[in-house]
Design a protein around this ligand. Structure first.
Ligand SMILES: Nc1nc2c(ncn2[C@@H]2O[C@H](COP(=O)(O)OP(=O)(O)O)[C@@H](O)[C@H]2O)c(=O)[nH]1
Ligand SMILES: [Mg+2]
Ligand SMILES: [Zn+2]
Length: 299
């Protein structure tokens, strides 16, 4: 009897994919003429794809790929076209350490912009809060004012881990942020069964045991997935237009409705509500400067 099973791709190994179908983990091939629900150029299965399998047990094969709600893309140096590296990621936990490695608000802004641009909801997590919060005290308020959800956590003391666990339940969550901030440690705290390597140099140098650059989805107990992968630090900013950029700064987008020109870039235009808010001290100078710098980069 032919079976039909629905699942989510959690890893891609050349001609085979690993699929999570409820409690079952299957490693299966895919049909060459897969049925796609999206008009996409790059017809390659990626992690996060929702697929249908058919066949006589245990010889199932992927036959159909569902529409992608979101796509995470990357363009490697030397590669002209961008590549989709994951589909259907719902949210991202952008992780910075509170003290060491030294938190980098510019990088935080970039990652947040990349999330908004990809249609992925970001949550900010300051880990290693056991080491104090002096390093973030001066600018954490910028993100609160912008409306971001902020979690203070420590994988070491388990502070905030319950909150994070509830946050990721039932969804597909990307953990991103610089190397060494404790992404793997937080994931191990959420689910000790992952046994991810912590403090390894592999992520920083791309060498070591995990030489693969492809993302993997890790199933959570219950439902949902997390993605912990090297090489996702700088995803998709290249195809962002300067006009789109302001939508990726929620507090700037909110204020901009008061600008005189509908297409105001908030640089030197007259009667700009954004610059007025910066001058009045209701919009962070640091965030505004970050916006201007990114805008310059995109132009
Ligand atoms: N003090 C402290 N150290 C932590 C915490 N979380 C992780 N670390 C340490 O920071 C280092 C990097 O952690 P890791 O999870 O590998 O970071 P990743 O590169 O972001 O995955 C390791 O030595 C961890 O033991 C924390 O909450 N507090
Ligand atoms: Mg890690
Ligand atoms: Zn303006």
């Amino acid at each position: 009897m032919t079976e039909r099973v629905a699942g989510v791709v959690t890893a891609v190994f050349g001609p085979l994919v690993r699929v999570q179908a409820g409690e079952q983990t299957l490693v299966v091939p895919f049909r060459r003429n897969l049925r796609w629900h999206d008009e996409i150029e790059d017809r390659r299965l990626v992690v996060g794809d929702q697929v249908a399998l058919e066949g006589k047990l245990p010889d199932l094969v992927v036959v159909e790929v569902g529409p992608r709600r979101t796509t995470l893309t990357r363009r490697s140096p030397g590669e002209r076209r961008q590549r989709v590296i994951a589909a259907n990621v719902d949210q991202a936990v952008v992780v910075m350490a509170a003290a060491s490695p030294e938190p980098n608000p510019r990088l935080m802004d970039r990652l947040l912009v990349a999330c908004h641009h990809a249609g992925i909801e970001p949550v900010i997590c300051f880990n290693k809060i056991d080491q104090g919060s002096a390093g973030i005290d001066t600018w954490i308020g910028d993100y609160q004012d912008a409306g971001y959800e902020i979690l203070l956590a420590s994988a070491r003391t388990a502070r905030g881990v319950g909150c994070l666990t509830r946050k990721v339940a039932g969804r597909t969550t990307l953990f991103c942020g610089p190397s060494g901030v404790g992404k793997s440690a937080l994931l191990n705290a959420i689910h000790p069964g992952y046994r991810l390597r912590e403090g390894s140099i592999s992520e920083a140098t791309g060498k070591g045991r995990h030489t693969t650059t492809t993302a993997q989805l890790l199933p959570l107990p219950g439902s949902g997935f997390v993605v912990d992968t090297p090489g996702l630090r700088e995803f998709g900013l290249w195809d962002l237009s300067p006009a789109e950029l302001q939508r990726c700064f929620p507090e700037i987008a909110r204020v901009s409705s008061g600008c005189s020109f509908a297409n105001c870039g908030h640089v030197s235009e007259a009667a700009c509500a954004v610059r007025a808010a910066v001058e009045a001290g209701t919009l962070s100078v640091r965030r505004y400067t970050s916006y201007l710098k990114l805008r310059e980069e995109l132009e």
